[in-house]
Design a protein around this ligand. Sequence first.
Ligand code: ATP
Ligand code: MG
Length: 419
Amino acid sequence: MRQSQLFGKTLREDPKDEISANARLLERGGFVAKEMAGIYSFLPLGLRVLGKVANIIRDELNEKLGAREILMPALHPIENYVKTGRDKIDILFHTELASGGHLVLGQSHEEIVVPLAKRFISSYHDLPLGLYQIQTKFRNEPRAKSGLLRGREFIMKDLYSFHATEDDLEKYYEKAKDAYKNIFARLGIGDITFLTFASGGTFSRYSHEFQTITDAGEDTIYFCENCLIAVNDEIIGEQPYCAKCKAPSEKLLKKRAIEVGNIFPLKTRYADAFDLTYTDETGVLKPVIMGCYGIGLSRVMGAIVEVHHDEKGILWPETVAPFNVHLVEIPGKNKADIVKKTAEKFYEELLAKNIEVLYDDRADKTPGEKFADADLIGIPLRVVVSEKTLEKKGVEVKKRGEKEARIVSEKEMLKMLEK
Ligand code: ATP
Ligand code: MG
């Protein structure tokens, strides 16, 4: 894509009143635009990142869990919430039909997915089943803050699994843990994202969160040095010890963290509310057993920025970067035409090789502005074409995390990108 055609402009200054790195850098880089606290537009650069996050999640859920993607509505009838007893929860946005009738905006989808599944599940042959979607959720959060980390409107992947037996749920739950580990590894935050025991509510002792350790997080977890698993401070209780390996409190390090995902054994909590049953091999009617599994895509995007940035801007992991390479032309004074022609040629070549390239073809920017924008936007590899590189018969390359640029041949540059 030509940068001259990109919608959204970079900002030199931090937006007012924003402290968190993701709020500052995503807005300055032209990834998102803030409407009000917790409500954002995603601009082309931001949408590309979000799309990459989504595809990594899809890949793991489709391949490893055999889950199927659907898309459910955002408008929900309140009657369904009365059935589950969630009609009074404080974060619900309420609205109504012109013809009368009380609706709420979807904050999660148990109240929709269970009646939906009920239409298609009747026998044990229909189980297990995994259904997920990637969709906007609405929550009237009293403290929307920290950029994408806590939104009133945010993008979530929510997966719901349906099982004949608790055993089967447990097996699926373990597979989901693995899929989540792969997802966070592929998103570039695997080494600092930890499985965390959280309270399970009424129906089971534990649920699990995936917590990314960073000072920007609003949660506090106790991370076990011994087994690399953490406990949320809400369940740690009076005698802290590791819930997994029972290591004593000295082994538990108190850390700030962002909850990027969670998994929950729902058992029959929602199936009971909607009378979701199946007939087993012997013809006996039984309640369906469920699990649910969430990841906040927009929150994850914010978390990646919190973890991967420096004073100049973002350092996207290759897997989620909006483009693979940032091609920057610096026309200069004497050979501007040749520089431009050479950069255009590289651009076409990269496109032909299906390499995702952002081409800074802007004529009204100084070299200093172009370099500052490249650092801010944070594409993993910067390639510069200038008078100097023409003389040296190559291009200048610099990885985003490196200090010094170096000249390499065109062939070498392509080799770096093809791998
Ligand atoms: P939290 O404890 O942070 O309020 P939650 O436990 O209510 O979140 P779930 O309802 O289970 O979260 O949602 C699943 C995932 O959606 C969370 O793990 C998180 O990644 C994301 N998420 C939840 N609330 C928000 C929000 N307000 N803004 C952005 N992402 C969110
Ligand atoms: Mg939570």
